[in-house]
Design a protein around this ligand. Structure first.
Ligand SMILES: Nc1ncnc2c1ncn2[C@@H]1O[C@H](COP(=O)(O)OP(=O)(O)OP(=O)(O)O)[C@@H](O)[C@H]1O
Length: 948
């Protein structure tokens, strides 16, 4: 095949153009680069020759020793010869495109090439560099707020699999009229920092299908698509739309392969044929797109493979795209390399039209209002007999529009207020972060050593309590005395109090809503009325308690004793608040029992239902939290929010409300006769009665459902509040313990007692603590990577005492929690990780599965065979790797077993050789913000501990 030289990069047009009637879009060609890797060891050993010459930065051509084939050069945007490092490939071939996502422009970077040509090698480096640049940009752009979301999938044998949630099975692709192709039920995680993002990428890499072929020991058997979604908005923004949202897709394709070269059969052969088929579709799509411009409208077969369906926006759509074509320089692969270059040549001709994607929440609202006005205008003009009624409806709608505008204003105000609160919070945490993390004073605040007498939840187990290991304790005290700064402690207390205040505010807002809910029931039966009265009294009572805790003034001094007294008294307030919440919940339960008897059909009740349907904002949990949690004055905003909500409710409710409106208007126009049956306007004729009574029944049913749902919402919210109060309580106890200990140490005159202990006694204590820790790890199903890391790091050094103590206490606490929570209902636990025995076991199982995938890449086949023999994994059995990993860390009584298990896990995870071997400091006990949805006590995620 003869290839014609292609247009050099400099001549490719990249001019922004304007899309008629829409946002500005930018038409540009796909940026195509070629990377030639060095000859591999295998190729060198086989004395393979270099068949390609990279003449300059844009041109590559076959060397003349290829008889009977064309030696015409190929030109691309950039050609990277074997000496180029990945950083250069990123800087010159991908960086510009990758960073577009930060300014609201979708971007895709993918690697294409034959198997073992270096796609994974290249994409790994590209991803790493892109992540680094993205976070650097976020850091240097403080005026914008960024949210980064991560998701990843692989297409294996034409099946789409979520790499963050393999258990969910094959995922479906859906066509969304607004968003285009979406992957149904794909998990998306928010990545707060680069560390988290890297660990997520690591998880996906471990999950991906990899297999061995003759050309590549770790050949990717699937196409992998990592998606980073970047949302950003101006912090001080209060007017027009200025939020961006865009995705960066990082695609590592599986490599095209010839069965004859890869020597595969069975499963690998099947994989190979799927890979080749989807790559063929990709080539066809690219080829057709490249000639599409010239030949007018032609069909592009995006739908012929999952890969091209998912990548559709990146191929000729709303995205900036860079393709890095990788190739081997070897003569033995020259045909495959020519195919790659042919693909690259076609790709160069494909034009995309990327545009800035803005978030249009407010725009949509305006459009909705416009539509509504247009609809009403149309209704007004239509020849309806009851034009009077329509006019009044129109007036009403006008009022609603006004109210919506007010609601919008209120929402803006709330957002600004929330923003400034957030800024304050950030400033505070920045101040804290400013302190060197390894500075001893800060470390001491974080590494707690408690006085157990004052911490009921953190008592030492009886076996330890008896000995009350004075030696270890003294050592810990010594550390606290020398390094703890009281002002830091008081600062921690202040932070907790701030959160408690927020909690009080939330409780108040929930109660306001509850109050409205109760008020709407005032026409109910006798029983219900009594319950309601009781409920109202309780609410009132509770509000007093909430406001007491809110009013507690935070003093400016740092007298720790005063702090303790104050904290203790506040603890009582929280307990009281909790008790009241309990009572309210009971009353709600009772009220719910009365509900069916409330369903009578008097006109006043119709009115009450309608009022209820319109006034209560907690219709479902999605709407509930933002409204309850927003810091607004409850009464006026609840009306506004309600009106706003009406625009967004389900069609079923729509019908109902508009029906109610009609009824209500009619009622207003003509007062009902006393005792008038169904309570509907007396102007209506008799024949109309039948359908109306049917409607009333329907309304009763709908009311009943809505009321039950509302009450359920409140109940869930009250339960959540209780949980949060409990957490806050616990955090305070920790602080009180620390403060007490500090006080105790301050007053202690026996410094001499804290002098050196004998090495022998420490050694005995260490051994004993270690055994306890190992047993508790086992009982609490703690991550085996965590166990290994801890076990390997803390080997009995005198400095380890503090860590041993903290680990032991954490585990004792965790064991108690698990015993208490057990397998409590998911409703109580929410979706927090590792908060029940079941979820801990599940997490551990997943971790073992992940580790088993690393067995072949981390161990040589000889090592592996030895391990199979040592760990009694029968030959020829199924899933031998998993069998092996499942045997590790299973016998807490046998210290040889523990040592051997730790060695194997360390090897699989790469602790031994990693230069980033974890430091002991990572085992600190941290305070976790209440706003953080994760369980504060949760172990580090396995992925955080893996070193990729
Ligand atoms: N530019 C490079 N410099 C040095 N080594 C490289 C380079 N590119 C690839 N390699 C090495 O070549 C081998 C194959 O690379 P890699 O696994 O990335 O290929 P691939 O194209 O992803 O293969 P497959 O399609 O089979 O997954 C690896 O051992 C990798 O380290």
């Amino acid at each position: 095949m003869i290839r014609t030289p292609s247009t050099p990069a400099s001549k490719i047009a990249r001019t922004p153009v304007s899309t008629p009637g829409g946002q500005k879009s930018r038409e540009e060609k796909i940026f195509v680069t070629v990377r030639v890797r060095p000859l591999s060891q295998k190729e060198q050993a086989l004395k393979d020759q270099v068949a390609w010459d990279c003449r300059d930065e844009h041109t590559i051509f076959p060397k003349s020793n290829n008889q009977d084939r064309s030696c015409a050069p190929y030109c691309f945007d950039r050609v990277f010869d074997p000496s180029c490092v990945t950083q250069k490939v990123y800087d010159e071939g991908a960086r510009d495109v990758a960073l577009s996502a930060l300014t609201g422009i979708n971007a895709t970077i993918f690697a294409y090439g034959q198997t073992s040509s270096g796609k994974t090698f290249t994409m790994r480096g590209i991803t790493e560099n892109a992540v680094k640049d993205i976070f650097e940009h976020i850091r240097s752009t403080p005026e914008r707020e960024f949210v980064l979301k991560f998701s990843a999938l692989e297409i294996y044998n034409e099946t789409v699999i979520d790499l963050l949630n393999r258990d969910s099975g094959p995922l479906r692709l859906l066509d969304d009229p607004e968003k285009g192709i979406i992957v149904e039920k794909q998990v998306e995680e928010v990545a707060k920092d680069s560390h988290r993002l890297k660990s997520l990428i690591g998880i996906c890499e471990a999950q991906r299908q990899v297999g061995e072929t003759a050309l590549n020991d770790t050949s990717s058997r699937s196409h992998q698509i990592i998606k980073l979604t970047v949302e950003s908005s101006l912090r001080e923004h209060s007017g027009a739309v200025k939020s961006y949202i865009a995705s960066l897709n990082l695609v590592d394709l599986a490599g095209s392969e010839k069965a004859s070269q890869t020597n595969v059969d069975g499963m690998r052969l099947k994989e190979g044929s799927h890979i080749n088929r989807s790559l063929l579709t990709l080539m066809t799509v690219i080829r057709k797109l490249s000639v599409g411009k010239r030949s007018g409208h032609i069909h592009i077969p995006y739908r012929d493979s999952k890969l091209t369906r998912i990548l559709q926006p990146s191929l000729g759509g709303n995205s900036r795209t860079a393709i890095i074509c990788t190739m081997s320089p070897a003569l033995s692969h020259i045909e495959q390399s020519r195919n790659t270059l042919s693909f690259a040549t076609s790709a160069k001709e494909v034009t995309n039209s990327a545009k800035v994607n803005m978030v249009v929440a407010e725009k949509q609202l305006v459009r909705q209002l416009q539509n509504q006005v247009a609809r009403l205008e149309a209704e007004r003009r239509s020849p309806e007999p009851s034009s009077l009624c329509l006019k009044s409806q129109l007036r009403k709608k006008d009022m609603e529009i006004q109210q919506m505008k007010l609601a919008m204003e209120e929402l803006k105000r709330q957002r600004d207020r929330a923003q400034s609160e957030l800024d304050l919070e950030r400033k505070l945490s920045k101040k804290q972060k400013g302190v060197n993390p390894f500075d001893s004073s800060q470390r001491a605040v974080r590494c707690l050593s408690f006085s157990t007498e004052n911490c009921p939840d953190m008592r030492t187990p009886s076996s330890l309590r008896g000995k009350k290991n004075k030696v270890g304790r003294n050592a810990i005290m010594r550390r606290s005395i020398t390094s703890t700064d009281p002002t830091m402690l008081v600062h921690e207390i202040r932070k907790l109090e701030h959160r408690q205040k927020q909690l009080g505010e939330e409780a108040n807002r929930a109660l306001e809503v509850l109050h409205q809910e109760v008020a709407s029931h005032r026409f109910g039966s006798q029983d219900a009325a009594q319950t309601v009265a009781k409920l109202l009294a309780e609410i009132k009572d509770m509000r007093v308690v909430s406001s007491i805790s809110e009013e507690m003034e935070v003093g400016g001094n740092t007298n720790l004793k005063d702090e303790i007294t104050r904290l203790n008294s506040q603890g009582n307030s929280i307990a009281s608040l909790e008790e009241k919440l309990e009572n309210v919940q009971k009353s709600i339960d009772k009220l719910m029992m009365h509900l069916p008897t409330n369903m009578e059909t008097s006109e006043s009740k119709n009115h009450s239902w309608k009022k209820k349907m319109l006034s209560f904002p907690l219709r479902n949990s999605t709407n509930r939290s933002p409204i309850i949690r927003s810091p607004c004055s409850p009464t006026p905003s609840s009306t506004n929010v309600t009106d706003f909500e009406k625009e967004n409710k389900s069609p079923q409710n729509d019908d109902f409300v508009s029906h109610c409106n009609t009824l209500h208007n009619t009622c207003e126009a003509t007062p009902p006769k006393s005792g008038g049956g169904n309570g509907i306007s007396s102007t209506e004729g008799t024949p109309a009665r039948q359908p109306k009574s049917v409607n009333v029944k329907k309304m009763q049913e709908m009311f009943k459902n809505a009321a039950e749902e509302n009450i359920r919402s409140i109940r869930t919210y009250v339960t959540e509040l209780k949980e949060r109060v409990a957490k806050l309580q616990y955090q305070k106890q920790l602080l009180v313990c620390q403060v007490l200990e500090l006080e105790e140490n301050d007053s202690s005159a026996c410094e001499t007692e804290l002098q050196e202990q004998s090495p022998l006694s420490w050694h005995l204590l260490f051994e004993e603590q270690r055994k306890q820790i190992i047993m508790l790890w086992h009982l609490c199903h703690v991550s085996i990577v965590h166990r290994t890391q801890f076990y390997m790091l803390f080997r009995g050094d005198p400095d380890d005492q503090m860590y041993m103590e903290v680990e032991l206490r954490r585990l004792i606490w965790l064991e108690q929690q698990l015993a208490e929570v057990g397998n409590a209902s998911p409703a109580l636990l929410g979706d927090e990780p590792a908060s029940s025995v079941t979820s801990s076991i599940r997490a551990l199982k997943q971790e073992r599965e992940q580790l088993s995938k690393r067995v072949t890449s981390r161990l040589t086949s000889q090592e592996l065979e030895m391990l199979y023999i040592k760990w009694d994994v029968p030959p020829g059995g199924k899933q031998r790797r998993l069998q092996l990993v499942n045997k590790l860390w299973t016998d807490p009584h046998n210290m040889h077993h523990i040592q051997d298990s730790a060695e194997v896990v360390a090897k699989l995870v790469g602790f031994c050789e990693s230069k980033d071997r974890p430091s002991k400091e990572m085992f600190q006990l941290n305070f976790v913000s209440l706003s953080d949805k994760k369980s504060w006590m949760g172990w580090n995620l396995i992925s955080n501990l893996l070193h990729f």
